[in-house]
Write a protein that binds this ligand. Structure first.
Ligand code: FES
Length: 77
């Protein structure tokens, strides 16, 4: 075990990156483990593999813009 502090990096609009391996305890007591070198913890709650990020946050960002533009275009036409 190292004395170095564990690196946690917050990605704007995305996950929280945590040096692995990790063991995550959910509110219901369920344990989720990942032995990856770097683990992406979902911060948007849209992941189908929550609490792990499945990149659904990317679709949300693009979708929000596309939806907004689509709505405006849809109303204007
Ligand atoms: S942060 Fe990536 S799916 Fe939620």
């Amino acid at each position: 075990m190292t004395d170095e502090p564990r690196l946690v990096r917050v990605v704007p609009g995305g996950p929280v990156m945590v040096e692995g391996p990790v063991r995550i305890e959910m509110p219901d007591g369920k344990i989720v483990e990942s032995d990856r070198f770097m683990v992406a913890i979902c911060a948007c709650r849209r992941s189908k593999t929550y609490p792990l990020c499945d990149t659904s946050h990317r679709r949300r960002q693009r979708g929000d813009n596309a939806t907004d533009q689509g709505s405006v275009q849809g109303v204007a036409q």
